[in-house]
Design a protein around this ligand. Structure first.
Ligand code: NAD
Length: 446
């Protein structure tokens, strides 16, 4: 089938590459000329495991192409995906200007029937707004061309995006249009062979399903972070509690890891956006507001440990940081907990000496060159002459370090672990001072 994807970011590019792998012809459109030029030259603008090979394969097979030409994109596919960003507005609600700009491009150039599929995460009611743009523009053009608007939210996880798109848990189709449903069932047939993963519902329910899913996951994280703070005060170990509750099949082991707060391009903005959507209906989402407040507080946790350890005086200290991306296997720094930490450290007069396997270029892009930010080539180099090591992201390569090297290189044997990677008793034996999340009052007193 011929498909156009507007927006070549984490969602659009991965979806396009996976559709091409399944044999569909995909034209990707983006307004960022550098991104398009890079892709045309074989440079993949984001890090996502398996993506580079898949994009190269799609291009080599002539199934995947990239352009900045919106009109050409509209002419290409009967199916038109919108996968552009929906960043938070000043008040936290989702900013729809990119989504509506694409709707307008489609409406301005379409000359044949189109199914417009919204993959971006958008507030309930956006489908109606996209429809209104299409209807009004076509009317102004005095064109009566058939179209349908579908909500098809994306559930991929960054870091495992390719695998998630190749084997989705579910494919939500928000539509009441049989023509659109038939085309999308055909498009997704290669991904729907093992059992039927397609769930058809009305467009508003599809839009809300995406927010409900992300808000549920964010709630699990904030719940565990709240429990971890309590565990510290009560002298309990949250890791033992986690095992204890995870064994209940109604709770399960997934997504109940305590840490230094959730980040990324989705949870923070989607929780905020649903709070705003609810407010517009006059409903006060008490739970979601608390989820957000707990998370914002948790993002200051690691800085709190450092202040505690250095008795409030971080001036002139060098802090080694392992992990800058908001989670492993991505270079995405949006809303990363490391950013809150680094910005607090700089304000307190400390220098950051950091290593991340993928996100250093992005860190450099965000913060530029500054004397108090040193990005180094290895995790060992980050330790040299540092006063303390802080772990912000649980990359696999950080999980089994050589503790003797670590001890030799750090000025003081202090580790602040935002992801609970190590066993406190083992570190204690080796003479480390170890701060971790919710690991009991006893753990903190060395
Ligand atoms: N990143 C994720 O893990 C994830 C997962 C599920 C859903 N989502 C949702 O998917 C949407 C896209 O997220 P993302 O992370 O891929 O964003 P992104 O910022 O990585 O990419 C968005 C792309 O859209 C392009 N763009 C903006 N306006 C455009 C226009 N008018 N025409 C063509 N291209 C345009 C931008 O240049 C950019 O390349 C968001 O709504 C997000 O909430 C993201």
């Amino acid at each position: 089938m011929k498909v156009t994807v507007f927006g070549i970011g984490y969602v659009g590019l991965v979806q396009a590459a996976v559709l091409a792998e399944a044999g569909h012809q995909v034209c990707c459109v983006d307004v960022n000329p550098k991104r398009v030029a890079d892709l045309q030259a074989g440079i993949i603008p984001i890090y996502e495991p398996g993506l580079s090979a898949l994009v190269q394969q799609g291009v080599a097979q002539g199934l995947l192409q990239f352009t900045t030409d919106g009109a050409a994109g509209v002419a290409f596919g009967e199916l038109q995906f919108i996968a552009v960003g929906t960043p938070p507005d000043e008040d936290g609600s989702a900013d729809l200007k990119y989504v509506l700009a694409v709707a307008s491009t489609i409406a301005t150039h379409m000359a044949s029937p189109k199914v417009v599929i919204n993959k971006s995460t958008v507030p309930v009611g956006t489908g109606d707004k996209v429809k209104a743009v299409l209807t009004t523009t076509l009317k102004a053009r005095q064109q009566d061309i058939q179209f349908a608007v579908v909500s098809n939210p994306e559930f991929l996880k960054e870091g495992a995006a390719v695998a998630d798109c190749q084997r989705p848990d579910r494919i939500i189709l928000g539509t009441d249009n049989p023509w659109a449903e038939k085309l999308l069932r055909e498009l997704y047939m290669p991904f729907n062979r093992n059992h039927d993963k397609i769930i058809v519902m009305d467009i508003r329910s599809a839009e809300l399903t995406k927010y409900a899913a992300n808000c549920m996951l964010a709630t699990k994280i904030s719940f565990m972070n709240e429990m971890s703070n309590l565990a510290e005060l009560l002298g309990a170990d949250i890791e033992q509690v986690r095992h204890g509750i995870g064994s209940d099949p109604r709770i399960g082991y997934h997504f109940i890891y305590p840490g230094c707060g959730y980040g990324g391009s989705c949870f923070p903005k989607d929780v905020q956006a649903l709070i705003k959507t609810a407010e517009q209906t006059g409903y006060n989402t008490q739970l979601l507001k608390s989820v957000e407040a707990v998370n914002n507080q948790q993002k200051h946790k690691l800085f709190g440990f450092l202040q505690q350890h250095f008795a409030g005086d971080l001036q002139g200290k060098t802090v080694a940081i392992w992990g800058l991306s908001f989670k492993p296997n991505t270079d995405d720094m949006r809303e990363a907990s490391s950013r809150v930490l680094m910005e607090s450290l700089w304000q307190a007069g400390a220098t950051v000496q950091a290593f991340d396997p993928e996100a250093m270029e992005e860190t450099q892009r965000i913060y530029g060159s500054r004397a108090d930010l040193k990005l180094v080539g290895t995790k060992e180099a980050a330790l040299q002459n540092a006063d303390v090591l802080v772990i912000c992201t649980e990359w696999k390569s950080f999980r089994s370090p050589d503790f003797s090297v670590l001890k030799q290189q750090l000025k003081q044997p202090v580790i602040v672990d935002g992801r609970n990677l190590f066993e406190p008793s083992r570190l204690k034996e080796q003479g480390f001072i170890y701060y971790a999340i919710g690991r009991g009052d006893s753990v903190m007193q060395f």
